[in-house]
Design a binder for this molecule. Sequence first.
Ligand SMILES: *[C@@H]1O[C@H](CO)[C@@H](O)[C@H](O)[C@H]1NC(C)=O
Ligand SMILES: *[C@@H]1O[C@H](CO)[C@@H](O)[C@H](O)[C@H]1NC(C)=O
Ligand SMILES: *[C@@H]1O[C@H](CO)[C@@H](O)[C@H](O)[C@H]1NC(C)=O
Ligand SMILES: *[C@@H]1O[C@H](CO)[C@@H](O)[C@H](O)[C@H]1NC(C)=O
Length: 401
Amino acid sequence: MQCLVLLIALFILLIHASASSCTSRLGIGLESAAIFDVLTYGAVGDGKADDTQAFLKAWADACKASEAQGIPTLKMPSGKTFFLKPADFRGPCKSKGITVQLEGTIIAPQNSGDWTRKDRWIVFSGIDGLILTGGGQIDGQGSVWWKACSVKALYFDKCNGLQLSKLRHLNSPRNHIGLNDCDGVQISDLQILAPADSPNTDGIDIASSCNIEIMDSVMQTGDDCIAINNGTSHINITGVACGPGHGISVGSLGKNGAYDTVEEVHVRNCTFTGTQNGARIKTWKGGSGYARKISFEQIVLIGPQNPIIIDQNYDPHGVINAGSLQNAVEVSDVTFRDVRGTSATELAIAINCSGGTGCTNVVLEQVDIKSAVPGKMTYASCNNAHGEAKACNPVVPCVAH
Ligand SMILES: *[C@@H]1O[C@H](CO)[C@@H](O)[C@H](O)[C@H]1NC(C)=O
Ligand SMILES: *[C@@H]1O[C@H](CO)[C@@H](O)[C@H](O)[C@H]1NC(C)=O
Ligand SMILES: *[C@@H]1O[C@H](CO)[C@@H](O)[C@H](O)[C@H]1NC(C)=O
Ligand SMILES: *[C@@H]1O[C@H](CO)[C@@H](O)[C@H](O)[C@H]1NC(C)=O
C-alpha cells in the first residue's frame, strides 16, 4: 500500500517535471524578451563614442536573466561600429547559457590613454555555456600597437562549454584569441586576419584547457596560427587553412625548467600555405613534463619553410648551457600521416631531439614533401628520435624504415 502511494507520487512528480521542461522549451521561442541590445543601453555605434559602459550594463542584465524567456542574448546589431575600451564580461550568469550575438563591428582604442590596461582587451571569464557568434567583426586595429604593446584581444578564462563561430577577427594588438582553463570548447568558421609581418599575433592560444574542437577556419597571422601550451589535452583541429603565419605549434613547453604537459592533440585536414612552419612541436632545453599522443594527418603543404619540426632542444637565444642541463620535456607517440606538398626550403623535416631524453615512437607515414623549387631535392635531419617511417619522402635518417 505504502509502495503504491509512493509510485503515484512519483508518477505525479514525473508528469509535473515533463510539463515544466516543456513550457521552458516553449519559452525559447519568445526570443525578444531575452534580447539585450546594446543600443537600448545607450551604445552609439558610430565608431567614435565610447560604448564600453553600455556593453557592460547590457551584459550585467543579460547575465542576471533566467532562461525563462529563452537563452539571454547580448546583441550588437549589424551596421554599427562599436568602440570598446578594455572590458571584462564576468560570470557566473544565472541561466545555463548565454549568447553574445555580434553582428556589427567592435573596434579597439588607438590612443594609449584609452588602454586602461595593457594586457587584455575583451575578457570573458567564469561563464558556462557562452556562445559568441553572429557574423560580425572584431577589429583590434593593431597596427599602431604591434611595436609597443602586448595586448591579447579576446581572452576566455574559465569558460566551460564555450562556442565561438562565424566571426572575423582583424589585426589584434597581440594574440587574437586566448583560451585559459576552459573545458569543452567548439570553435568554427572563424577568420583571423593580420599581416604576415605583425609580431606575436598568434591566432588561437590555448593553455590549461581540455576537450576543444577547432574547425573550418582561416588564419592568416604574423605568428602561430594555433599555439597549444601547458596543461592542454584532447584538442581536435580540422579544416584550418593557415598561412601566412608560423603554423600549428605544440609549445613551446618547459621554459626555465618548467614541468609542462600536453597530450592528445590531433590536427587533421589542415593546409599550410607559405607559412614559416607547418606542423611543429617545440620544447625548451632543460624543461620537464611531456608532449605526447600528437598527430598531424591529411596535411597539405603549399611552400612552408619548415614543414615538419620537432625541436626538443629549443633555445632560440642560445642561453642555456647544454652540458649542465640534460633534462627535456618527453616527446612521444607523435604521428605525421598523409602529409603532402611542397617545402620552400630543402630541409623539409627537422627532428631534433635531446641526447639525454630523446623522442620516442615518432611515426612518419605517407609523407611526401617535394621542393617548391623545381629541380631541387628535399632532405630530412634527425637526431635522437626513435620510431619508424613508411613511405616517407625525404628519407628520415634516424628512425627505422
Ligand atoms: C576528437 O576526435 C576523436 C576522433 O574523431 C573523437 O573521438 C573525440 O571525441 C574528439 N574530441 C573532441 C574534443 O572533439
Ligand atoms: C602546467 O599546467 C599544469 C596543469 O594545468 C599545472 O599544474 C602546472 O603548474 C603548469 N606549469 C606551469 C609551469 O605553470
Ligand atoms: C577539409 O577542410 C576543408 C576546409 O579547409 C573542408 O572544406 C573540407 O570539407 C574538409 N575535408 C574533409 C575530408 O574533412
Ligand atoms: C639540434 O640541437 C642541437 C643541440 O641543441 C643544436 O646544436 C643543433 O644546431 C640543432 N640542430 C638543428 C638542425 O636545429
